[in-house]
Design a protein around this ligand. Structure first.
Ligand code: FRU
Length: 485
């Protein structure tokens, strides 16, 4: 699997569609389907048969789904409401030089079966281009219109509609932003989020994935960990165009979403009930740099944990923060709880503990140590280190020695994020799950998402300090029970 698609909540179910290659562990772009899974709690998932299959109009690339509550489309005369999915037909031959067009399908039975609209495609690019894809459609309350944002190579384009079937061009964003339009934009999203949890104070966040240029990016910016990655812009959207709060003048003005290598194509759920009000998303845990070569056999590609995104005011400005959804607490099984412990160089208070699927929540006060942190999935020859370099003021996840990396030369690497410690305190929350590591630092203001491939037997854990001591204010380790058990 690759990108999440068609994320929508409807009648008690969270739908997760996704780019799905049937009968192959490598992306088979000409035959791409939408796979399908549903959940009632964002934690336990049921896999359903593939939802939308390719045909003469092309492969089924990424897109979104909406609940047409008031039957604006006219597809739901009997039911009153239903689901409408938007996807890119890749390889479309209707117009020369325009292989990517937008099409729709609707479902009258809660997403179980889909009918492709006979008027497809509903949107062509204005001029010849190979890149015009990944429509995200949502209802814009203030202007009482549907809005579609899609990726058009070096920019995103906005379109509006009253009936989901005919679309008018509204505006673009990105082509004039200096230095930002490296590679090709993919999977855009735009979402209104409250600031500091205050429902009366909201901002619009434009979210973009940017493809990998395989080292040919010239002077354009690379995501912090290289390859493909995600950026965001905070600003205002009036239903027609997006205006960032701060002019984007150089690559230093770009805010990156993840400092790890493996969080891509994340988009938010449509249809979350007002009384819930959260912005929730999920991302594909991978990187196009090596996605086709991961050392996995029966399946390849997985999603991240579902995360809530929020905006928080910091002295340097508004920033996105991310937290795994609280529903995951259902899987928690406490195995260790420590408070007020000093760790000196050479100590390992976790020498008796192992962790394969675990949640590790620690708060530290930096003493004389020059570096401290955790070593996870450890054996005599393997380890992944998650730590803080006090001297460089840098957080890091070092997977150079995680396991076998011979499948790709860029995989074994240390991923870093700048971090000044507030009052000498640092909070680290780590989720380990087989090959996945998701690290959330200081309330989710920094996130590092990385894959690792250690041997199954490498399950040791270490809490270490170098060059001095670190104080553990609190440390909780919870086993995470499997959702399939
Ligand atoms: C992003 C992407 C999308 C495209 C899909 C194809 O990962 O390249 O732009 O629609 O994957 O599978």
């Amino acid at each position: 699997m690759n990108d999440p698609n068609g994320l929508v909540y409807f009648k008690g179910e969270y739908h997760l569609f996704y780019q799905y290659t049937v009968n192959s562990t490598s992306p088979d772009f000409p035959h791409m389907h939408w796979g399908h899974a549903v959940s009632q709690d964002l934690v336990h998932w049921n896999e359903l048969p593939p939802a939308i299959a390719p045909d003469k109009d092309g492969a089924i690339f990424s897109g979104s789904a909406v609940v047409d509550i008031n039957n604006t489309s006219g597809f739901f005369d009997q039911e009153g409401s239903g689901l409408v999915a938007f996807y890119t037909n890749e390889g479309n031959q209707a117009q020369p030089g325009k292989p990517q067009v937008q099409s729709l399908a609707y479902s009258r039975d809660q997403g179980r079966t889909w009918t492709k609209f006979e008027g497809n495609p509903v949107l062509f690019p204005a001029s010849e281009t190979p890149d015009f894809r990944d429509p995200k459609v949502f209802w814009h309350e203030e202007s009482s219109k549907w809005v579609m944002v899609l990726a058009a190579r070096d920019r995103v384009e906005f379109f509006t509609s009253k009936d989901l079937k005919s679309w008018s061009y509204a505006s673009e964003f990105g082509s004039k932003v200096t230095g930002v339009h490296r590679g090709v934009f993919e999977c855009p999203d735009i979402v209104q989020i409250s600031v500091d949890n205050d429902p009366n104070k909201t901002k619009w966040v434009l979210i973009l994935s940017v493809g990998d240029l395989n080292g040919e990016s010239g002077n354009d910016p690379e995501p912090p960990a290289g390859g493909s990655g995600m950026m965001y812009f905070i600003g205002h959207f009036d239903g027609q165009s997006f205006v960032p709060d701060k002019a984007i003048e150089s690559i230093d003005d770009i805010q990156w979403i993840d400092f790890g290598s493996d969080f891509y194509a994340a988009v938010t759920w449509n249809g979350i009930p007002h009384e819930d009000g959260r912005a929730i998303w999920i991302g594909w845990m991978n990187n196009w740099r090596y996605a086709k070569e991961l050392p996995s056999l029966e399946w390849r590609g997985n999603m991240s944990l579902p995360r809530e995104i929020q905006l928080k005011a910091y002295p340097e400005g508004l920033r996105m923060i991310q937290k795994p959804v609280t529903e995951l607490g259902k899987l928690r099984n406490p195995i260790l709880n420590l408070t007020e412990l000093t760790v000196n160089a050479g100590d390992n208070p976790l020498s008796e503990t192992t962790a394969l699927k675990a949640e590790i929540i620690g708060e530290f006060e930096i003493g004389s140590a020059t570096e401290f942190g955790f070593k996870v999935r450890k054996s005599s020859s393997q380890e992944t280190v998650i730590g803080y370099d006090v001297v460089k003021e840098e957080l890091f996840l070092d997977r150079t020695n995680h396991g076998s990396s011979d499948f790709h030369r860029d995989f074994a690497a240390k991923h870093t994020a700048p971090l000044k410690s507030e009052n000498k305190r640092i909070q680290l929350t780590i989720y380990l799950d087989g090959s996945n590591i998701e690290l959330f630092v200081n309330q989710g203001s920094i996130v590092i998402t990385d894959l690792i491939f250690p041997d199954f037997e490498s399950q040791g854990l270490e809490l270490y300090a170098l060059g001095g001591e670190v104080k553990v204010i609190s440390l909780q380790i919870n086993e995470i029970t499997g959702i399939w058990e």
